[in-house]
Design a protein around this ligand. Structure first.
Ligand code: ADP
Ligand code: MG
Length: 187
């Protein structure tokens, strides 16, 4: 087992060990921080994800964006490919690949100006990210633009520095229960 896999598993084990109540409490704090964050308030398009298990839930933010009519999209996986599909209401989501709730109607969109909230197993202060080991976000953002990638995690998922592969896409910002911060530049 490689280092990346060991760190990923350790972080995911910690996250699974959270009670549902604690995960919800921390997710609420993270959502409140995002709702107060000016780039989100000014965003004219947002890519979200639907939380699975104890993943950080930004559902209060999703509801805010939908209620204000901000164009909102969720990822949908087909084989090796992930695309973002616009949704107008959470009732359009249905269980898809990996048991994740995915858009079932509408169509893929490409919004270069979108803010993208990104789930993950572990992050570092320089914006490094470990996902779940399938590389969907790395592949998608190697050929598509967005305004900003915002990693979403509990504080214990953020390390000072993680190893990175050449293909790993860095986050611009991290949203945790301590707030939304810009990632520091890598020397
Ligand atoms: P994750 O980001 O989900 O933690 P990894 O970074 O380990 O996962 O990437 C998983 C796999 O995805 C890698 O083995 C790599 O082959 C593939 N991958 C990632 N980015 C690209 C890309 N831009 N083009 C082709 N394959 C990629
Ligand atoms: Mg990666």
């Amino acid at each position: 087992m490689g280092t990346k896999q060991q760190i990923r598993s350790a972080c995911l084990a910690k996250r699974s060990a959270l009670s549902a109540g604690r995960a919800m409490q921390l997710s609420m704090r993270i959502s409140e921080a995002v709702l107060q964050w000016e780039p989100y308030q000014k965003a004219d398009a947002v890519y979200f994800y639907y939380p699975l298990g104890n993943e950080v839930s930004l559902l209060p933010v999703v509801k805010d964006a939908l209620s204000r009519g901000v164009p909102t999209a969720f990822p949908k996986v087909t084989g090796e490919t992930m695309q973002f599909w616009q949704v107008y209401g959470l009732d359009e989501l249905k269980e898809g690949a990996f048991h994740v709730q995915e858009p079932s109607v509408c169509r893929p969109v490409q919004w270069a100006h979108a803010i993208c909230f990104v789930p993950g197993a572990a992050f570092d202060q320089g914006g490094g990210r470990f996902g779940y080991g399938k590389g969907y976000y790395d592949r998608y953002f190697s050929t598509h633009l967005c305004r900003m990638l915002v990693g979403c995690a509990y504080g214990f998922q953020v390390a000072k520095e993680l190893p990175a592969d050449a293909w790993d896409r860095r986050m611009d910002c991290l949203a945790t229960e301590s707030g939304v911060v810009r990632c520091r530049a890598i020397q």
